[in-house]
Structure formats: C-alpha cells, structure tokens
Design a protein around this ligand. Structure first.
Ligand code: SF4
Ligand code: FES
Length: 252
C-alpha cells in the first residue's frame, strides 16, 4: 500500500515544531504501524535526513512506551490496543495519516513524536513503598482476599502508564492513571497499611506536575488501551476524602 504521512517534526523542546509530509510506498498490510515508521526511517537515513524519533520498547502492548496520536486518536484507530499492536491493514491504500506526539503541558516534547513522561514516574515515586511483609508463597496465600477485590485490583494493575488518558483528556487530567495505581493497592489488605499517606502524596504530586482535573468526560476510559474503568476514579476520590478526614491524626 502507498501512503502519505503528515508527521510532527520538532528538533527539541525549545524549538517550534511543524508537520512535514512524507511518502511511504510499497508498505505491506501485514506490517505493524511502528514497522512502517521503521521503514520510513531507513529511507530517511539513506537520504542523509534525520530519522523520525518515536518511543517504543516491547512492541507487544506490555511496556507502555509507545505513544502516538494517529489521525487525532491516541493509540490509533482501534480500541483497547496500543499503537505497537496496530497493523497497516487498518488503513486504506492511498490514505493520508496524521501522526502527532501526546499533547500535554505535563508531557513536554523531547523530539518529534517522543515526549517526556517522567511526571508519571514522580507520581509513582511519591506513592512510596509497601512496608507489609508478604513472606513466602504459602504466607501470601494465607491472607484471604474477596474474589471481587482481587479481580478489580488485577484489572487496575494492568495500567501500563502509557499516558493516553492524559493525552485524550481536554483537561490533561492524570486521574485515570493515578486512580489505577491507587486502586491496585487500596483494594488489597497488604496495600491498606500506607493507603492514606499514599493517596494524599500521589494526588499532591499529580497537582504539582501540572495535570488538570477530571470533569467526567470519559475520554480517558474510551482511549485507554487497557480498558481501565472510570470507577477507579470514584475510588480514588473516596480514598482521598477518607484520608483527608482522617489526616489530623497522621503526619503526612
Ligand atoms: S490508565 Fe490507561 S491510558 Fe492511562 S496510563 Fe494507564 S493504561 Fe495508559
Ligand atoms: S512498545 Fe511496549 S506497549 Fe507499545
């Protein structure tokens, strides 16, 4: 298939970016979207031009490194998959594809399609550690956990920290990400020990890093490749208010 690509090019965070148009001809429908970009980059290098910078690592939908808008949608045209899992059969021969980086003040562009998502790392770091000793495997199994809680905690833990929730939100809110990280521990007895301190510190760091507030548009849930549910945000709010009410006795 032959394609026209309109790709955001930006030298670094201080430079002004713009769209540049490229031709990608003879692309197999079986190629992945990132392989198509690899082919384009090989051609650019052969011509002595700078390749297009973009993030990827596992290319299996596991790590959360890949992060692109394709035709205005985070992670491209399909639902519940990352951009590294998108294949060219999703596009029509002869079509024009617009490729942009995540757009958010908290995720500054490093170069071209690559953004700095270290704000997410700082939120995780602010959450701190889990101090409870889980012991060996038989000990962990001895702690009874309701099936519903175990399932919901596992679902929340599937967040890969890709940032599509922030990129898709008109407020650049990180609430879906933070709520997943809070929920995966708050739902389990092992995570309750530091739960009050954890939720307050993570929310504080989220605000410090310039993420916006949630206004319940649901765009984050619709574009999340791991289908993290908005109910996690409701749990985050409950955990946060509960922690604030009980905070007088705690030194945060
Ligand atoms: S909540 Fe979904 S969209 Fe947001 S970082 Fe996690 S996996 Fe990505
Ligand atoms: S490259 Fe790892 S999830 Fe896409």
């Amino acid at each position: 298939m032959d394609l026209t690509l309109k790709i955001w090019r930006q030298k670094d965070s201080r430079s002004k970016g713009s769209f540049k148009t490229y031709k990608a001809n003879g692309i197999s429908v079986d190629a992945s979207f990132l392989e198509m970009l690899d082919i384009l980059n090989e051609e650019l290098v052969h011509k002595g031009e700078m390749p297009v910078n973009f993030d990827s690592d596992c290319r299996e939908g596991i790590c959360g490194a890949c992060s692109l808008y394709i035709n205005g949608r985070p992670h491209g045209p399909d639902t519940a998959i990352t951009i590294c899992q998108v294949h060219m059969r999703n596009f029509k021969d002869g079509s024009t594809i617009v490729i942009e980086p995540w757009r958010s003040k908290a995720f500054p562009v490093i170069s071209d399609l690559m953004v700095d998502r270290s704000a997410f790392d700082r939120v995780i770091q602010a959450g701190g550690y889990v101090s409870v000793s889980t012991g060996g495997i038989p000990d962990a199994n001895a702690i009874l956990i309701r099936k519903e809680n175990a399932d919901e905690a596992m679902d929340a833990a599937s967040c890969i920290g890709c940032g599509a929730c922030v990129a898709s939100c008109k407020n650049a809110s990180a609430m879906l990400f933070v709520s997943a990280k809070v929920s995966q521990l708050a739902l389990l007895p092992q995570g309750r020990v530091e739960a009050k301190r954890r939720v307050q510190k993570m929310v504080k760091q989220m605000d410090n890093d310039g993420f916006g507030n949630c206004t319940n548009t649901g765009a984050c849930e619709a574009e999340c490749p791991k289908e993290i549910k908005l109910t996690n945000i409701a749990r985050l709010n409950r955990e946060f208010i509960g922690a604030k009410l009980g905070a007088q006795k705690m030194k945060i």
